[in-house]
Design a protein around this ligand. Structure first.
Ligand SMILES: [Zn+2]
Length: 138
C-alpha cells in the first residue's frame, strides 16, 4: 500500500498531526502567507523559504466534475475537483459521492478522509473529500 505523493513527489502527502489525525502536508510562506500542497521549499511569489504546515482537510468545493470513463485503477463513475482548503491551499482530489446523493457542487462544505483511491496492482491511499453535512434540500 502506498500513500498519495510517494510515486509523484517522492514522499507521502498524508501525515499524522500531533494528535494522530491524518493531515495534508503543505507549506506556508512566512512573508506573504501563500499556502501550497504539495509543499514548496521556496514561495513562488517572493522566493522566501517556506515552513511546513499540516492542513486538516476541511474546506469547500470550488469545482467538481463527474468522471464517467475511468482510467486504469479507478472505478467509474466517480467525482474529482478542486477543494479550497480552510488552511488556504486549493487542492485537486477525489470527491466522495454515492448513488442517490445530490451531486457535489461549488460551495459545498467537505471534510477529508483517507481511503483507497486507486485499486490496481499497487493500491494508493489518498484523500477523499465528502460533504461535511448531508443536505437533502439540494
Ligand atoms: Zn511568499
Amino acid at each position: 500500500m502506498r500513500y498519495i505523493g510517494e510515486a509523484s513527489v517522492g514522499y507521502p502527502l498524508i501525515v499524522p498531526d500531533e494528535a494522530g489525525q491524518d493531515c495534508l502536508l503543505g507549506s506556508k510562506c512566512p512573508g506573504c502567507g501563500d499556502v501550497r500542497v504539495p509543499p514548496r521549499r521556496f514561495c513562488p511569489n517572493d522566493l522566501a523559504e517556506c515552513e511546513p504546515v499540516h492542513l486538516d482537510g476541511h474546506g469547500e468545493i470550488y469545482e467538481a466534475v463527474r468522471i464517467g470513463l475511468a482510467p486504469q485503477g479507478f472505478e467509474a463513475p466517480f467525482w474529482v475537483g478542486y477543494i479550497d482548503l480552510d488552511g488556504g491551499a486549493r487542492f485537486f482530489g477525489q470527491i466522495g459521492w454515492s448513488e442517490g446523493e445530490s451531486e457535489p457542487r461549488h460551495g459545498d462544505r467537505v471534510s477529508m478522509s483517507v481511503e483507497v483511491v486507486r485499486t490496481d496492482d499497487l493500491p494508493v491511499m489518498g484523500p477523499v473529500f465528502r460533504k461535511a453535512v448531508p443536505n437533502a434540500a439540494h
